[in-house]
Design a protein around this ligand. Structure first.
Ligand SMILES: [Zn+2]
Length: 127
């Protein structure tokens, strides 16, 4: 896997596009379909993002000597590095972050705090 940061992602579009993509991810509009290594130094994220319509994204993360380069294609009229690409990339980062956290918790045998919503549901089910 290739890791990229929020600042790598911030470089690929203007602030208005980034802000709209951020809102889309907060609204859970993006679904990651697959993540694979297309070659040793290219990771490919496939996703869909809804909003007014459903669009498909194919995001390539290049691990180059000069650093990380991100190029995201999308089936929307903008076509490239649009708000849908930002939303999906943020959704991927959220998932990757969760996985890293899980590994840390597992490694150090830590107990997670009960998720407040699930805890509430479980509590209601007991009553
Ligand atoms: Zn798009």
């Amino acid at each position: 896997m290739i890791t990229f940061s929020l600042s790598d992602l911030r470089l690929i579009c203007d602030s208005a596009t980034f802000s709209r993509g951020y809102d889309y991810n907060e609204a859970s509009y993006s679904i990651i379909k697959s993540v694979k290594m297309a070659s040793d130094d290219i990771m490919q994220i496939m996703s869909t993002t809804t909003g007014s319509k459903l669009y498909k994204q194919s995001i390539n993360i290049y691990n180059q000597d000069s650093g990380i380069k991100i190029i995201g294609k999308c089936s929307c009229p903008v076509g490239r590095n649009c708000k849908h690409v930002i939303s999906s990339s943020l959704a991927y980062l959220d998932e990757a972050q969760d996985e890293i956290e899980d590994e840390i918790f597992e490694k150090f045998e830590l107990k997670k705090e009960p998720d407040s919503i699930n805890f509430k549901v479980a509590f209601q089910a007991l009553q």
